[in-house]
Structures are given as C-alpha cells and as structure tokens.
Design a protein around this ligand. Structure first.
Ligand code: F6R
Length: 249
C-alpha cells in the first residue's frame, strides 16, 4: 500500500481527482468503481471542474457503484443512485448506458448480485476503484465479520453504520437496515484501488487498515495484500498511525 498524507480534505480531494484524471486520460474507456458517502464528494467536485474547465472526457468511461440501500428506489433522495447523479453523473459527459449501480428494489437479490458480478467481468474488470472507509473499518458495506472472499450480496448493516449514516436521514429509524454491496473479493480484484479517509473519526479504522492484522473484523485490511492500492489521508485521519508518521512520506 502506498500511503499519501495531505494537509486537509481539500488537498486530499485534489490528489484523488488527479489520480482519476490520469486513469481516464491514459485509458479513455476506463472502468471506474465508485463510492458514495461524504468522503468522495470533494474528489467528484474536482472531476466536474476538470470536465468543465479542461474538457476531461468521460464519454467512454464505464462505472460500477459499490453499493445501494435495499428498499430505496433510484429516485429516493437518500439512495446512492440519486447521490451519484447529483454529485457526479449529471455534471459530466458519462454515457448513462455505461452506469451500473446495484438495484435496491430488486426482487431477486441473489440473481441480481450474480449478474452484477458478470457485468463487471464483461466490462473487463474494474481498472480503478475509489473507496471510503467506515468508522468500523468497512469498505463497501462489508461490515465486521464478512468473509474476505465474499462477493456481491445482500448484507445487514452494523449498528455503528446505521448510527453514522443517520446524519443523512431525518431520523435514525429511516436508515435502511440492509444493503446490496460488492464483496471484499469483488473490490480486491480491481486493478488499482484508491482509498480516501478524512477526519478524526476515521483515524482508528485507518490505523487498523494500515497497521493492524488482516482480518474480517476490519474488511478494509484485505487491501494490505493488494498489489496496487493507494491510501490518501488527511492529517486527522492519519493521526493514529504509529509507524507511518507525517514525515515518512
Ligand atoms: C459508500 C461506501 C461506504 C463509505 C463509508 C464511509 O458507497 O461504500 O463504505 O465509503 O461508509 O462513508 P463516509 O464517506 O460518508 O464517511
């Protein structure tokens, strides 16, 4: 894992966008794996700017989102589908035919999950996967205890995730209890991974991701074995690292 520590969220977002831009310019039909949540919003904002000001071209890009809440239709303001159009897709020239997001309303999750995996394969696999990390160390919605070799499936959200994500909903009871997510194994197969973490509330999970043992209790820890992962942190998210001090980079 390559660790990059930036001063703050804005710098982290610019660095992340620079890496995505490079991927899209090098391979215009890049397959991106995308995350939602607060963390990648700044990176998406930068990419929109690059599209508007420098003509960064997404017309041949394909995207696969990591996850979606079960039971929320695509047009629900808290759905990840809605999030992606609001924060990126409506503002760049990606072809809607090349956008794939798990369907939270599918009646046959097992079949859907298998087909989602198939589609990723047919697209040639994910070239660059963007990830955030949960305060419990999850990637996607792969909560503590998820076998590291599992693939896209329906999962139950951990209490801590429901608590963390309740900030987006009117009340905690409104947060869906289940989600469809790519599994750790699906994520691991991406050719390159870019994990972003910002803020003090991620510091502990980040320390475990980088310096702890590889364990299903911290699903992000599987990335320690990945041959091409970049972790971009701001100083607060890096504050609990022991071996990787600010000066080591
Ligand atoms: C979102 C996702 C999650 C988030 C994580 C951090 O698609 O897969 O793993 O990346 O929960 O969320 P934020 O960025 O809101 O702190």
């Amino acid at each position: 894992m390559k660790i990059i520590i930036k001063k703050d969220y804005d710098e982290l977002s610019r660095e992340a966008a620079r890496i995505v831009k490079e991927a899209v310019q090098t391979k215009p039909d890049t397959v991106l794996g995308l995350a939602t949540g607060s963390t990648p919003i700044g990176c998406y904002r930068e990419l929109i700017k690059m599209h508007e000001e420098e003509g960064l071209d997404f017309s041949q890009v394909t995207s696969f989102n990591l996850d979606e809440y079960q039971g929320l239709p695509a047009d629900h303001p808290q759905s990840y589908n809605y999030f992606m159009y609001e924060n990126l897709f409506n503002r760049v020239n990606i072809n809607p035919k090349n956008i794939f997001i798990p369907d939270g309303m599918t009646e046959n999750v097992e079949k859907f999950s298998k087909e989602y995996e198939e589609k990723i394969k047919e697209a040639g696999g994910i070239d660059l996967q963007i990830l955030g990390i949960g305060s419990d160390g999850h990637i996607g919605f792969n909560e503590p205890g998820t076998p590291l070799d599992s693939r896209t499936q329906l999962v139950k959200l951990a209490e801590s995730t429901i608590e963390d994500n309740s900030r987006f909903f009117e009340k905690k009871e409104d947060v869906p209890r289940f989600a469809i997510t790519m599994g750790p194994q699906t994520i691991f197969e991406a050719k390159k991974i870019l994990l972003l973490a910002s803020g003090e509330n991620k510091a502990e999970a980040v320390a475990k991701l980088i310096e702890g043992p590889i364990t299903p209790q911290i699903t992000a820890s599987v990335l320690q074995k990945h041959p091409n992962t970049i972790v971009i942190l701001d100083e607060k998210a890096a504050s609990k690292l022991k071996k990787h001090g600010r000066n080591s980079f």
